[in-house]
Design a protein around this ligand. Structure first.
Ligand code: AMP
Length: 190
């Protein structure tokens, strides 16, 4: 991996630990020589991770839809900022630029981006690792729900395992680095 895409909240969250987790992930990325691709905003955890990467001399690429440049306050000091026409173009471009994906704590936007990358992986549209930085156990209940969905027969066990998860940025990046794609078809060909 050379470039990691991070999805995270445009809000700061209710605890300082979320910002600390974003900053710690930024430090791990810089230490490992990875560039960051993210949504290009200056707000919330998105701003925290970008600021810490830049402060440590890291490479940061932002990808933001035109309509959100003002709303999310596009970050003005990034290594590069791409302004794209819409949300679909944003996700496609972020995916294209990145060798792996990590979701940090966030809201609906973060979840949407995470699940799109997982469903593309499940369908074999990409073969890149997808991880969840489960800071302060924020995603514990989501992980339990995904286990439930697999037990209830809506997801293959192999597809449940597509989502790598850790509370530690260091461990999560190691998991992403050693991940090997296995092709298990979601749908049998007819
Ligand atoms: P949130 O987790 O809701 O704070 O959103 C995090 C980021 O996801 C923000 O940059 C949102 O603009 C972005 N976002 C929200 N909905 C979508 C979507 N449907 N597709 C792509 N990005 C989105």
């Amino acid at each position: 991996m050379r470039t990691v895409c991070v999805y995270c909240g445009s809000s700061p969250g209710a605890r300082a630990e979320y910002r600390q987790a974003a900053e710690s992930l930024a430090e791990q990325l810089v230490d490992r020589g990875f560039g960051l691709v993210y949504g290009g905003a200056h707000v919330g955890l998105m701003g925290n991770i970008a600021d810490r990467m830049l402060a440590r001399g890291g490479e940061v690429t932002g990808v933001i839809p035109r309509a959100l440049v003002d709303l999310e306050v596009a970050h003005e000091s990034l290594s590069s900022l791409e302004v794209v026409p819409d949300m679909h173009a944003r996700k496609a471009r972020m995916a294209e630029l990145s060798d792996g994906f990590i979701a940090m704590p966030g809201g609906l936007g973060t979840l949407e981006e995470l699940f799109e990358m997982l469903t593309w992986s499940q369908l074999g549209f990409h073969a890149k690792p997808v991880g969840l930085l489960n800071a302060v156990g924020f995603y514990d209940r989501l992980l339990e729900f995904l286990d439930h969905a697999a037990i209830e027969g809506f997801m293959r066990a192999e597809h449940r395992q597509l989502l790598l998860a850790s509370q530690s940025a260091d461990e999560l990046l190691s998991l992403l680095g050693t991940w090997q794609p296995t092709v298990v078809p979601k749908l049998e060909s007819r």
